[in-house]
Design a protein around this ligand. Structure first.
Ligand SMILES: [Ca+2]
Length: 108
């Protein structure tokens, strides 16, 4: 399978796997999200972005419709956030801590 296809199927499979738990199907509750982050995010720079150790904050960041669970759409957002973070770290972050560029979450 081509690389991008592999990633896409991985994203779907990971979500399906972790959302099978006790909570509602098709949703990650707090425990499921924590388990998923603990097991599937290993590198320190990504852990700095969304951390299982601060699951309240991670949930707040991801649970956009505030139903206390992470649906597939919200999970995809999580992946996007991590990808952007990794992209920034690869680019070397020359711009330092400039304001604005990380602020995509500001909804009016
Ligand atoms: Ca939600």
């Amino acid at each position: 399978m081509a690389r991008l296809e592999q990633i896409i199927t991985n994203i779907v499979d990971i979500f399906l796997e972790y959302s099978q738990g006790e909570g509602k199907k098709g949703q990650l509750n707090k425990d499921e999200l924590k388990k998923m982050l603990e097991e599937e995010i290993q590198s320190p720079e990504l852990k700095g972005t969304i951390n299982a150790a601060d699951i309240e904050e991670a949930m707040e960041m991801l649970d956009k419709n505030h139903d206390g669970e992470v649906n597939f759409r919200e999970f995809c957002r999580c992946v996007t956030v991590l990808a952007k973070c990794y992209y920034q770290s690869k680019k070397g972050g020359k711009k330092g801590k400039g304001k604005g560029q990380d602020k995509e979450a500001t909804n009016p």
